[in-house]
Ligand binder design. Sequence first.
Ligand SMILES: Cc1ncc(COP(=O)(O)O)c(C=O)c1O
Length: 460
Amino acid sequence: MAQLSKPVEPFRIKTVEPIRQIPRREREALLEAAGLNVFNIPAEKVYIDLLTDSGTGAMSDSQWAGIMTGDESYAGARSFFRLEESVRSVFGFKHVIPTHQGRAAERILFNVMLKKGDSVPSNIHFDTTRANIEFLKARPLDLAVEDAYDPDADLPFKGNMDTARLKKLLERLGPGRVPLVMLTVTNNSGGGQPVSLENIKEVNQVCAHYGVPLFFDACRFAENAFFIKKREKGYAKKSVLEIAQEMFSYADGATMSGKKDALVNIGGFVTCDDDGLAEKLKNLLIISEGFPTYGGLAGRDLEAMARGLQEALEESYLDYRTAQVAYLGGLLDQAGVPVFKPFGGHAVYVLADRFLPHIPRVKYPGWALTVALYREFGIRAVEIGGVMFGRKAERGRREVYPALELVRLAIPRRVYTSAHLEYVAEALAELYRNRDRIRGLRIVHESPYLRHFTARLEEI
Ligand SMILES: Cc1ncc(COP(=O)(O)O)c(C=O)c1O
């Protein structure tokens, strides 16, 4: 494998956590017991865990110090005001409502804003926003640009929304049936691709024209802002903070999973300017999450999130972060492994249907690849394909599959070194050489929502 330039960590390591490779026969038995679902494998039995970048990052010494100074008062904790200040300095909205994680922010926002039969467009919804919308009997719609679905189109902003389709939709349904528009930055389900500021402005104009509020699903806003700095004309000299502030200036609010670009293991929030909306959100928050100054979190979590949000905007960190993803992607590409291009902000996405052309979509090639990766190498990845987003066959109809069959190798923030990534690249290269041995699967048990978390499968 030729050498690519390695990412250099802008930190040194103060605490270590041992990881251990267990024998193959043990992994085989664990897979059987897990119903061939890597979500059911105990994490201690995983060697390199690329299941998600969500909540799996390493906190800094400053964040850990903040944990000790967290104010655990029930109401009006100092740590809440620190979070409020930190969020406002970046997002710029008046109200900051903490939640235990991103999906809780989505749940309260959608419960307040949606009614049965409404539609909610996004570039591509993430599984939790999709499920929360469907749970309320409303319709999540994906309106990403066509290039988003072309894994070979090496374009800078494949996370963009197709504004012509958005206009048509709003024209057809009328704003009364579309209570909000969402933009996922970066677009996780579409390869972790960024949205350009030009596109954000266009989406804002369409929304303003029809009087529909625009909300960001902002989990990876810092990675998105960094890509704008690197790729969009006119932004090279702006700081990532300034770019993030400009991004949010075109929105009415945001939901945030702090488990990504706030560099914490738990936490989230919803933020907006509208007083009436904020009041309704807080009323719902009190029933399920907690008092509005802690929202399902401990004071120490609020403190860590306040600090993490600022750290995520440091350019040396974002440079290293995106370089890590590009390094793994580059190694795979050089080894001939089919990968989604360009490489995103938090993960490399393997094109599972090209990796395993002998396994048809109905036999879930992406899932089969996650099983093989764990069985042979102890690596855990996640399928973003037919099991996660497929629609079950109903009343004589065939199962419907999403456009892309992907396996995501999500890189936890500040956790793994280049040597770990090289191990992953070599493992995938070897699997690719022996791909004929990997078999298709069928689902033997599934639940009605987010079936990938609990599904059980067997090999055919
Ligand atoms: C784009 C996107 N939105 C929302 C969420 C949900 O956040 P959480 O896992 O904190 O509930 C995620 C989590 O992975 C995500 O990637």
